[in-house]
Design a binder for this molecule. Structure first.
Ligand SMILES: *Cc1c(COP(=O)(O)O)cnc(C)c1O
Length: 431
């Protein structure tokens, strides 16, 4: 499979190049040249396949022969080694839980799959490469855990001091091994600035080659298709046609769902649910794409004003708004409704939502109110314990951390404290 740049359809590269470069040299996102069609028999018999077999079948055409079958199977098995259960919440409403992975949020799947691919592509290189990421919380933990112990790869995570939750900081700073954490006295934007400067620093790159694990990388984007197939595997017997509601920030996850539908998964409709960062809902209503400035919310992993992956969503529909509107709706919700929903769903259905899942739940209810006969699945993208600090007070004591997370609290933090200063940062990187 070849990938082309969405800035220039003539610029085509292999899967390996798309994975190692991340972004095309013209800053365009990579997009697969063809939309492969899945074997109808596979879809019909999906319940007979293991999760790992489903993952391998779905991703194979996108990888082509660039990773041998046995190796690809192993990468998928390492990626999907935890459950993805669908839980009934109320009549017509189901939750697909994506938080059973090592860092309790759905980004584990993309990060692990990308780590497997990059590890494979670098298998014969003698010089280690450093994956450099700035994080506001969730991404860093998933990348650190995904790349932990991958031979030939070192990981450096930058995070803003005192601006990530205790649990998130533990996830970033307690792994050791090939993972180092830099605690920057500054904001997330300062961290991102340091990372950007480092990528442009040729002297640094010569001494310590760098790569990014950015969320727009095709190896992080495409494996998210797995969720939708795994949900359908569990639901299909009773509900062959589903609506998916996806809490969306950078729109990678929902765009993967729409790619799953494009290659054959029967999906009735997609709902993108956003917080007040509503660039896409406004675009769907007006046809004008006008990103503002990102506003902070309780569902902070979705505080994105200009979602990178939306160009991929448009590409899937030939950049036609009317065609997109037939299969896709977008709604936005504020923090007050998010909190009220968390309380209501706990009280009425005894299901604990996190703020991101609550936004997804609200998006689904909005769609169901106009389409009462359909069945919907919303994606619960994080474990509620990750956002316990901002949960409604009445719910806090009902939120319980899984045992494997509890043991993190007892681990010693190890991080290099640095000012938001490039010279100091570069010196630390070269030590
Ligand atoms: C990253 C993230 C999202 C948003 O996903 P996108 O693919 O960026 O739209 C939603 N929920 C949680 C918990 C996340 O970490």
């Amino acid at each position: 499979m070849q990938y082309f740049s969405l800035q220039n359809a003539q610029h085509k590269v292999s899967f390996e190049t798309a994975v190692t470069q991340g972004l095309a040299p013209d800053r365009g996102l990579y997009f697969p040249e063809e939309i492969p069609a899945l074997d109808p028999d596979f879809l019909k018999n999906i319940h007979q396949y293991s999760d790992q077999e489903i993952g391998t079948n779905v991703i194979r055409p996108f990888v082509g022969d660039e990773i041998p079958e046995e190796q690809l199977k192993k990468i998928v098995a390492d990626t999907l080694h935890f459950p993805f259960p669908v839980q009934k919440v109320s009549k017509s409403t189901y939750a697909l839980e994506l938080f059973h992975g090592p860092t309790l949020a759905f980004k584990d799947v993309g990060a692990r799959f990308m780590a497997g691919c990059l590890g494979y592509f670098r298998r014969n290189s003698t010089k280690p490469v450093t994956v450099l990421v700035a994080t506001s919380g969730d991404t860093g933990g998933a990348v650190a855990s995904g790349f932990y112990n991958v031979p030939g790869i070192q990981v450096v995570i930058l995070y803003p001091s005192k601006k990530v939750s205790t649990l998130q900081e533990k996830q970033l700073t307690t792994l050791g091994g090939n993972v180092s954490a830099f605690e920057i006295i500054g904001t997330f934007d300062d961290c991102q600035q340091l990372v950007k400067t480092a990528f442009l620093d040729q002297e640094l790159q010569n001494k310590r080659p760098l790569t990014s694990a950015n969320s727009i990388n095709v190896a992080r984007w495409l494996p998210q298709m797995f969720y939708y197939f795994l949900a359908w595997k569990q639901m299909k017997a009773a509900h062959p046609q589903l609506v998916f509601s996806v809490p969306s920030g950078n729109f990678g996850n929902i765009c993967a769902g729409m790619m799953a539908a494009a290659i054959g998964l029967p999906v009735e409709h997609f709902v993108a649910a956003t917080n007040i960062n509503d660039t896409v809902p406004r675009f769907m209503a007006s046809g004008v794409y006008q990103p503002g400035k990102a506003a902070p919310t309780l569902s902070n992993a979705m505080d994105v004003a200009d979602p990178s992956n939306f160009v991929r969503v448009l590409q899937l529909f030939g950049n036609s708004l009317p065609k997109l509107q037939e299969r896709f709706s977008a709604y936005s919700f504020n923090d007050k409704d998010t909190l009220l929903t968390m309380e209501k769903v706990w009280k009425e259905n005894h299901y604990m939502l996190d703020p991101h899942g609550a936004v997804g739940y609200l998006g689904l209810q909005e769609y169901l109110s106009a389409h009462p006969d359909v069945t919907g699945v919303f994606l619960e993208t994080a474990h509620p314990v990750k956002f316990e600090d901002t949960a409604p007070p009445s719910l806090r004591e009902e939120i319980h951390a899984p045992a494997r997370v509890m043991q993190l609290y007892g681990k010693e933090k190890s991080a290099t404290l640095l000012p938001a200063d490039y010279t100091a940062f570069k010196k630390a990187l070269l030590q």
